[in-house]
Design a binder for this molecule. Structure first.
Ligand SMILES: NC(=O)c1ccc[n+]([C@@H]2O[C@H](COP(=O)([O-])OP(=O)(O)OC[C@H]3O[C@@H](n4cnc5c(N)ncnc54)[C@H](O)[C@@H]3O)[C@@H](O)[C@H]2O)c1
Length: 353
């Protein structure tokens, strides 16, 4: 079993091993000893695959002495709402949950963000355990303590920093994940490679568990240095400013990871052209896009993407923080006046071949 310990406002372990789901209750019992109540939060797809009462996770939780409740929601980003968080809190209140009780977020990033948010606000905060089952959630969203829900004003507009008490990763659950969802999560692993560890590319396609471990280690180092994203944590947003704009511009029909791949490439093209980068990286990103056949999305209108990106949470007054690749395996940040963002994006769009 691989173990990574996060040292943030809360210290917690991330455990990674094929088949870990079957021993989840034992591992949880070491940090949150029974008897206690727990609320297993998952979408309906993940519920039928891994959460049902006749499956090992639920049965082992009950066997270990946890009063186990279930809260399910429809799969997809549309369920990550303040109302859904209120429903989870309502179920826990009706069952008499106190601050000694806890939530288990089982599933993808939607489940983790939603359940983590509910955990952070119920009675001003109760513990939660992350059991990610999508590649994106394993390699990225289950670690680092960002929780949140979407509102009409945008994605993750309401959220908290609330670290989990434990993260249990069973890569064997990826066997049931659809190919597009694997590609979606792979984009965040590729991003980690470009941000801080080029050796990630050696294990992608060879050993997915090792690639997950390496991506988590990149995130660990950055989050431990800047838990609340006032500086270096922004490096993890490489590709996300333009990526979020592509998602928004497409009416959220483009998957997050696909948009981030496009965002990384457009940013690198513009940064190389402006000679910001010590060593041009756009060619390498293009090789990865081609190797995994990530689609190019639409004929980008730089003006519309710039407008969508200008509302990004990474905006600092009249400037926007651009994360760009300085050389393979290293990114840097630069503040760009919002008034120059359209030109920057247009440069990348023009150079995309
Ligand atoms: N908190 C963070 O730091 C952070 C970082 C990145 C992304 N996010 C958030 O993560 C979310 C996206 O996460 P996601 O891509 O995992 O989406 P998701 O949770 O919707 O999962 C994607 C799909 O995969 C299915 N699924 C999950 N595990 C499965 C399995 N093992 N087998 C079969 N199907 C499975 C789900 O039912 C869903 O349909 C977004 O809301 C994004 O904002 C958060």
């Amino acid at each position: 079993m691989q173990k990574i310990t996060m040292h943030t406002s809360k210290t917690y372990d991330i455990l990674i091993e094929d088949g870990l789901l079957a021993s989840a209750a034992e591992l949880i019992a070491e940090i949150l000893p029974p008897p206690r109540k727990c609320c297993l939060v998952c979408d309906k797809t993940v519920y039928s695959l891994y959460g049902k009462p006749d499956l090992p996770l639920f049965a082992s939780l009950v066997g270990a002495g946890y009063e186990t409740n279930i809260c399910t929601f429809d799969p997809g980003e549309g369920s990550k709402t303040p109302h859904a968080a209120e429903e989870i809190c309502g179920i826990m209140a009706a069952k008499g949950f106190t601050r000694d009780d806890f939530i288990i977020a089982l599933g993808g990033g939607v489940s983790g963000d939603l359940a983590g948010f509910a955990a952070s606000v119920y009675m001003r905060g109760i513990p939660f355990v992350q059991i990610p089952t999508s590649l994106l959630a394993m390699a990225d969203s289950s670690v680092g303590g960002k929780t949140g829900v979407n509102t009409d004003a945008g994605k993750n507009m309401i959220g908290t920093f609330w670290q989990p008490s434990l993260v249990l990763i069973d890569p064997a659950t990826l066997d049931t994940l659809e190919h597009d969802e694997l590609l979606n999560g792979l984009a965040e692993i590729i991003k980690a490679g470009f941000v801080a560890d080029g050796t990630i590319f050696d294990c992608i396609g060879e050993d997915i568990s090792e690639a997950i471990v390496k991506a988590i280690k990149v995130k660990k180092a950055i989050v431990e240095a800047d838990e609340r994203e006032s500086g270096s944590r922004r490096l993890l947003n490489f590709g996300h400013t333009i990526g979020h704009a592509i998602e928004k511009y497409s009416g959220y029909t483009v998957p997050h990871g696909f948009a981030v791949m496009n965002g990384m490439y457009l940013t690198a093209l513009a940064a190389d052209d402006l000679e910001w980068s010590l060593t041009p990286v756009s060619g390498l990103i293009r090789d990865v896009i081609d190797a995994f056949a990530y689609p190019k999305y639409g004929d980008y209108k730089a003006a519309q993407l710039a407008e969508a990106a200008a509302g990004d949470k990474k905006r600092v007054s009249d400037n926007i923080v651009i994360v760009y690749p300085d050389q393979p395996g290293r990114c840097k940040t630069k503040e760009l006046p919002v008034s120059e963002l359209e030109d920057f994006i247009a440069r990348g769009v023009r150079l995309w071949k």
